[in-house]
Every structure is written in structure tokens, then in C-alpha cells.
Design a protein around this ligand. Sequence first.
Ligand code: MF3
Ligand code: CO
Ligand code: CO
Length: 275
Amino acid sequence: MTEYQLIEGDETVYRDGTIKLHGPDGYEGMRKAGRLAAEILDELTGFVQPGVTTGEIDDKARTMMLDAGAVPATMGYRGYTHSCCTSINHVICHGIPSDKALKDGDIVNIDVTPLLDGWHGDTSRMFFAGEPSLKAQRLVDVTYECLMLGIEAAAKPGARLGDIGAAIEAHARQFRYGVVQEFCGHGLGRLFHDAPEVIHAARAGTGPELKPGMFFTIEPMINAGRPHAKILRDGWTAVTRDKSLSAQFEHSIAITDDGVEIFTESPKGLHKPPY
Ligand code: MF3
Ligand code: CO
Ligand code: CO
């Protein structure tokens, strides 16, 4: 049985398994946090190129958050000490920024989560350093399509959570890509990671009913090969077991009375590379 909880003011919210349903204040807060997150990725598009280190990207992301009066929600999160995640080529997610430079042909996901006035805006996009292989470009295109098809599935009246994963998996399958199962989207708002868990490969018609006021992310990770992940000894970096390329896009969205609202849409229309 899914329990929903109405969030009306600025009461403390707990990770108690309930799905939070937000009011106008929540939408306002998430619009600001989501917009900032998207603007940070917009700003990074000109910066990502061969020779730039992921640590430099992290510094830029942190500076932009602090300048806007936000803090990186990732910093200090379960011992993570950076302001974003930078996941290159066969890294699925949670790549740790370092002094490693991007090389020509790399594809990299940058995932940012500013915490602004108590609300979390969580989004990621793929970026190209130089010119990637056609195989990499096709994976990135299809992964973006998977995200948008998942969002469309959530926008249908009467939709259930499983409809999102069903739409994503059906699309990925046509290209024989693997949908990562070890990591999921998540409810968010005042909390960074909350119920429900949004799985990206699921059966249509299953899971909780989507109700207006729900805020959650959709963040499919799609592999050019098998779906399986393993975590490196640093405790964070998730890579494909078969070393195949992996791509990801993430939006923070709300269910509304007549569909969905995307909080993290690019104000500059920089939806997917090449930008
Ligand atoms: N932003 C990631 C997500 O989409 C979470 C990163 S947690 C970190 O949920 F600690 F790895 F940064
Ligand atoms: Co997320
Ligand atoms: Co994220």
C-alpha cells in the first residue's frame, strides 16, 4: 500500500517511505532550484572540451551554486566531497571529479544538484569533448529520447509509476541497449533522495498511481552493451561490467493536474549535444 503525505508549509519532512504531495510553495521552490540547476549545465556547455579536467568542471559548478546562494547537495552527502558527478564513457554514474583531463571523443555526463532555499534541483546532461564516435552519438541520442519518453508516459492521465520504466525500456530495447537497474530515479523536494524509487525498466500499469503534487526525477542510464554495473574501490564510481559506453540524462519533474512540469528544462534550449 502506497501512502501519500500532503506537504503544506515548511514542516520537517522525513524519509519515512511516504510519497509527498506538494502545494504551490513547493512548485515555487522547485522552479527556482530546478532553473538554477539547468542554468549551471547551460553555462558548462562552452567549457567542456578536450584538456579540461573534471575537477575544473566541479570548481565551476560549485562557484555557480555558491554565487546563486545555493549549496551543492552532494557535498557531504554520505561522505561525497564534490559539487557534481562527472561520468566519462563507460562510467554509468557517480564519477568523481579529479585532475583527469577530458580527451577528444569522450562523452561525459555532468550531474548537478543545487540546494536552494531548502529545495533540491537535480539534473544531468551528456556533453561531448570534441567529436565522439557515431556509436557514442547514437547512444546519447537514444538515451535522451528514453528520458523524454519516460516523461511523456508520466504525463498521461491515470498513469502509474511503472509506465515510465516500461516506456524507457521499450525504446532502449529497439537498439539492443541495456537499461541499468542498480540505480533509480527518486522522489525529491525538501529531501534529496525520497520515495518513490523510480525504476527505469518496469512493467506498464504497475506501481503507485501518479498524483498531482508528486515531485521526482527520471534519470535513465543506458548502456551500449549489457545492463550490469559494478562499483569501483573508491566506493562511488559505477561502471559497466562489460566496459561498454553508458549515457544518462536526468530531469526533476512534477505531476500536475493536466500532465507534468519539468523543473530543470534548459532555458537556452541546450537539451542534448552537440550544443
Ligand atoms: N545527483 C545524483 C542523483 O541523480 C546523486 C549524486 S549523489 C553523490 O541522484 F553523492 F554521488 F553525489
Ligand atoms: Co537524481
Ligand atoms: Co542527479
